[in-house]
Write a protein that binds this ligand. Structure first.
Ligand SMILES: Cc1cc2nc3c(=O)[nH]c(=O)nc-3n(C[C@H](O)[C@H](O)[C@H](O)COP(=O)(O)OP(=O)(O)OC[C@H]3O[C@@H](n4cnc5c(N)ncnc54)[C@H](O)[C@@H]3O)c2cc1C
Length: 389
């Protein structure tokens, strides 16, 4: 059975001082009060235009982000590739506000698509829908409630951006993934991504949608997507994740008085996730799988299913992925066993990646004073190096 316990393999790319710094970081963010305070302070500093980069850049940013530009990520991309771990460079600008900043994001994302296509160690390109339209606009489009010329123009701009990115990916023969965000504007994103798949996935999966398996409707959605793909004779690319916005989803549902779209508990999400993966492995002739998870059980299950079906470990239609700065024990142990692995590596200016960094800090905050998994693994490796075992 595949285990992820080998911390020597997991952290071979980290020097002793990298590990000491990581231990300090995870110890700090383990404190929920400190994270809460840090979050409020950061948003306050941003509002008042106070400088915050000096505090964030050498700490959270350095650990979880590749750099400000594609070029700045290169050193890390090369380093990971020495251990057969590839990288996916994600221009992590969230919630674009005005047209000119969205245009800049589009230009940078196109550069990242072409950069990926030319780079042997970058197997996918990626973008977020809200980089090219506001949540409000996408929500109106999802509710078929577009009213007014300005909103229509924003929707047209969004559709043009998505089309241009998918077309560039197709022409450069590099798969492209579209992240999933909030459920209430996903219907419009799903419609558009499906159109892109119909157009660009005729030979193989170039365009990948994202399925958040904490949603109760996603398994049925996957089955229906497969039916449509078979009927329309195109291929499905699916990135599986559990989903990052559970609290917000539940809060909005209760606020607006509709049933929560989220699974009732963690066990139900886990089951749904694994069912989705199992279904897709059984339909690999039509579905390409991108397994975006830090869950050891789900990662192991997928390797076991591959083995059961006699698939090669480096089967091109199956990729494993974890976020840069997290779960190295899964990524590096899988890669060392011959599976396709890529780290999701955000890049961008400090201010733009703050929402992403705050999510990472909150995710690693300790519950009831327990030592988190990342911190335990880092401490285990520091100890192992000390005694030279
Ligand atoms: C490569 C990659 C790409 C990603 N892209 C996206 C993306 O596009 N969109 C996105 O939303 N997220 C994305 N994520 C984040 C992802 O959705 C998860 O938040 C994160 O990976 C934690 O889930 P896990 O599978 O790693 O495992 P675990 O740590 O085992 O699971 C934690 C997850 O389980 C679910 N959960 C926890 N408690 C409950 C509960 N009480 N009831 C129901 N469900 C519960 C939540 O989804 C929570 O995030 C990505 C993650 C990776 C690794």
């Amino acid at each position: 059975m595949l285990t992820f316990e080998n911390t020597e393999i997991a952290f071979r790319y980290k020097s002793n001082s990298d590990l000491t710094r990581a231990r300090f970081l995870f110890r700090t963010i383990a404190n929920p009060t400190l994270v809460k305070f840090g979050k409020s302070l950061t948003y306050f500093a941003l509002k008042m235009h106070l400088p915050i980069a000096w505090a964030i850049k050498p700490t959270l940013y350095k650990h979880f982000v590749g750099g400000e530009t594609l070029g700045e990520c290169e050193k890390t991309v090369q380093l990971l590739s020495k251990f057969k771990v590839k990288s996916i460079l994600d221009y992590s600008v969230e919630g674009g506000k005005d047209r000119s900043s969205m245009q800049r994001t589009l230009d940078e994302t196109i550069r990242s698509v072409i950069h990926a296509a030319r780079h042997p160690n970058i197997p996918f390109a990626v973008f977020k829908p809200t980089a090219f339209a506001s949540q409000e606009v996408l929500t109106l489009a999802s509710e078929n409630a577009v009213n007014g010329e300005e909103t229509q123009k924003s929707i047209d701009f969004f559709c043009d951006c998505v089309e241009l990115l998918c077309k560039t990916a197709f022409e450069n023969d590099i798969p492209i993934m579209i992240d999933a965000e909030d459920s209430w504007y996903q219907p419009f994103v799903d419609q558009l991504v499906t159109k892109m798949m119909e157009k660009y996935n005729k030979q193989k999966a170039i365009v990948y949608n994202t399925l958040q398996m904490y949603r109760t409707d996603r398994l049925d959605y996957l089955k229906e997507a497969l039916r449509k793909a078979e009927e329309g004779n195109y291929y499905l690319g699916m990135k599986f994740v559990r989903g990052a916005y559970m609290e917000k989803e539940r809060w909005r549902a209760s606020e607006k008085g509709y049933p929560s779209p989220i699974q009732p508990d963690k066990a139900a999400t886990d089951q749904n996730y694994d069912d989705g993966i199992e279904f897709s492995v059984a339909h690999l002739d039509r579905i390409s799988i991108f397994n975006g998870s830090h869950n050891e059980v789900s990662n192991r299950l997928l390797t076991e299913q591959m083995e059961k079906l006699g698939l090669a470990r480096n089967e091109p239609k199956i990729w494993f992925s974890q976020l840069y700065g997290m779960s190295d024990h899964i990524s590096f142990n899988l890669a060392s066993e011959g599976y396709n692995v890529a780290k999701y590596m955000p890049f961008g200016p400090v201010k733009s990646v703050l929402p992403y960094l705050i999510r990472r800090a909150e995710e690693n905050t300790s519950i009831a004073g327990q030592t988190g998994r990342e911190l335990s693994l880092i401490m285990k490796e520091i100890e192992r190096r000390k005694i030279g075992k």
